[in-house]
Write a protein that binds this ligand. Sequence first.
Ligand SMILES: C[S@@+](CC[C@H](N)C(=O)[O-])C[C@H]1O[C@@H](n2cnc3c(N)ncnc32)[C@H](O)[C@@H]1O
Length: 273
Amino acid sequence: MNLRRSAIRTFLATLIAATSGFAQTQDKPFEPYSGQPGKDVVWVPTPATTVSKMMDVANIGPQDFVMDLGSGDGRNIIAAAKRGARTLGVEFNPEMVKLSEANAAKEGVADKARFVQGDMFTADISQATVMALFLLPDNLRKLTQKFLDLRPGTRIVVNTFGIDGWEAVRTESAQGDCGAWCSVILYIVPAKVAGTWRLSQGELKLEQKAQTLYGTLTLNGEAKTIDVGRVIGEQVVFSVNGIEYSGRLNGDTLAGTVKSNIPGNWVARRVPD
Ligand SMILES: C[S@@+](CC[C@H](N)C(=O)[O-])C[C@H]1O[C@@H](n2cnc3c(N)ncnc32)[C@H](O)[C@@H]1O
């Protein structure tokens, strides 16, 4: 928490330093500056070493469609395009969009790095396989429902500020010249599995908060509380009384294996609401 507070302080300090004593003149070509005001968040660029770590941690490749909301000067999108991904950066400031396009052309990826002027909160992100972001916790909070509506398994990789209440699958630190912005966090969008599921010997009732599962498993009339439960993409794992159930969601069926003294399989079908 302290780390986050100090990161926010650094973010604000950048804004104050940037706005005092800097005036952009009309006749000069557009040049962004760190702390430049933006609609919902200022522009602070992700350091090159952190961009590269984000690409690695999210394992971005030609199979991906990568989006950045608040794409700034286009650096995350350009890096993803260089790895062969299809991409789209959404940026509110039209001058930053033009700059991103010029940067993509300079880097030789104008055909793969696409940018649009738009608002992150209304952008269609439904086709993304990866979101590569550097936003404030409040921005991320407002985007959380959009993230939860992404296809299960979509990777969300962020610079420094995480998504409240979400469980990361990986956290790494970039090396070198990245100042306060070295931390890279990877999340996997969970499938929606909350509800009631019918098993041959009973019933599974699941409640879900992002990747975390709660609830009860009732077998042969005996109800037991789930000790720990997680959803990673379409993968579900929970334990009851030390017995681990792992499985995968396929349509309206959860199926997998039970790890106990007598290993076995389990299948559960979703009970319509
Ligand atoms: C912290 S910067 C991140 C830039 C880039 N993603 C990076 O990692 O270097 C945030 C960017 O969001 C843009 N922005 C602010 N509010 C926005 C909104 N509502 N919709 C789209 N972009 C926005 C700002 O202009 C700025 O370029």
